[in-house]
Ligand binder design. Sequence first.
Ligand SMILES: Cc1cc2nc3c(=O)[nH]c(=O)nc-3n(C[C@H](O)[C@H](O)[C@H](O)COP(=O)(O)OP(=O)(O)OC[C@H]3O[C@@H](n4cnc5c(N)ncnc54)[C@H](O)[C@@H]3O)c2cc1C
Length: 432
Amino acid sequence: MFAEDFQERPYWWDAAEPALREAALPATCDVAIVGGGYTGLSAAITLARLGRQVVVLDAERIGWGASSRNGGMVSGTPKPSLAELTARFGAETAMAISQAITQAFPFLEELIAREGIDCDYVRCGRFVTAWGPGSYRRLEAGVDAVVARTGFSARMLPCDRQREALGTDFYHGGMLTDAVGSLHPGKLARGLAQVAEQAGVTLVDRTRVDGISPGYTLATSRGPLAARQVLVATNGYSTMPDGTQALPFLARRMVPVASFIIATEPLSYGLIDRLFPGRRMITETRRVTNYYRPSPDGTRVLWGGRASFGRTTAREAAPTLYHRMLSVFPELEDIRISHAWLGNVSFSFDFVPHLGVKDGVHYAAGCQGSGVAVMSWLGHNAALKMAGAANAPFALDGLHFPTAPLYRGDPSVVLPAIGSWFRLRDWIDRFA
Ligand SMILES: Cc1cc2nc3c(=O)[nH]c(=O)nc-3n(C[C@H](O)[C@H](O)[C@H](O)COP(=O)(O)OP(=O)(O)OC[C@H]3O[C@@H](n4cnc5c(N)ncnc54)[C@H](O)[C@@H]3O)c2cc1C
């Protein structure tokens, strides 16, 4: 199934590999930002435009994390439903949280347009496939709420019409929603970095932050950096592979989960339009979920999903994704895989993104698997708050931020059990 020139690295890096930078580490700055993904870069742009001298540090390259590895699906959809949020936070706060997350989608659209970022952005819509008949009924019950929340249209496609949106009979129909776009994530990361540099931000790569002292001096692998303010924007890498935690408080509240993607070789002319009429983004209601799409140039299928809940390489996980792809698109059986890669998303224990302050250090994290728009928006709001420029309260700011007893940032002991439970539930839901 692997092409001769198969590469275990993001397909996106063929066109937009995170660049190496030469900037030296300054001794001081107004604001130091730890993490050079969408969160950190978006915050840096806003702070620089408000006159702050900003340094962004990344242990790897700027944009190396999830921000240059993701599926490129742009949405502002809260993970918990409004009913779940209401049960947890009460009606007023729940509505405010839901609205705050929904605002991420127009924010990113506007940012891309305003800054002229060349990232293949298209507002293409999404088809949310129903895994079973019960999932279809639940989607149908929520259509009006999606329309009310987003202000965009949404409608159901039953089984016998699903080929209008997707070239398969595999699902039980699904929901079409227009408040979703697609882009090239590597180009977005590169574009944000360029905008930040043009705004005067110093981007320092290959510089690990090992700790932050109470006076806001960062201990880094290249020496100290004294800052007036610090923002930690490390999301799914709040515990780095070597165990480094810039802000242990945050790491103890983030559950990093690997997400895997494969890219096919270029397909024959016309096949993409048969598989993806309308070229929408595709997601599933099943718990061990898949998400997939055509590549921006319309030549390949990019198929992502939770291929493993254990420690697995992208190459080891690729056959699982490949066979799931064939079960939906059997006509791809002669097509080989050109790329496979993985990256970390991050869940909080309450499935809500968080912005806050711990001992004077600001943080913004918790994408819940979907952060292209949401984390850019969170970074912007963190920046407004830090600069004292926010003109309204932000509903995701300062919420109680739960952790679990004995949890220190490594979920590898419990994730396989959660994966087994999800697979069992999916098996039941396929027929229920
Ligand atoms: C495979 C995959 C598919 C996805 N698909 C989608 C999708 O289709 N749509 C969507 O909306 N979202 C998707 N996401 C989620 C989305 O990519 C993330 O929410 C988003 O990129 C998070 O941005 P970030 O800036 O917060 O974190 P990241 O981009 O992960 O950046 C964090 C950075 O912090 C750095 N760092 C960590 N610790 C330190 C330290 N101590 N010192 C210095 N630097 C440090 C890391 O090197 C890293 O570069 C996906 C994610 C993955 C992995």
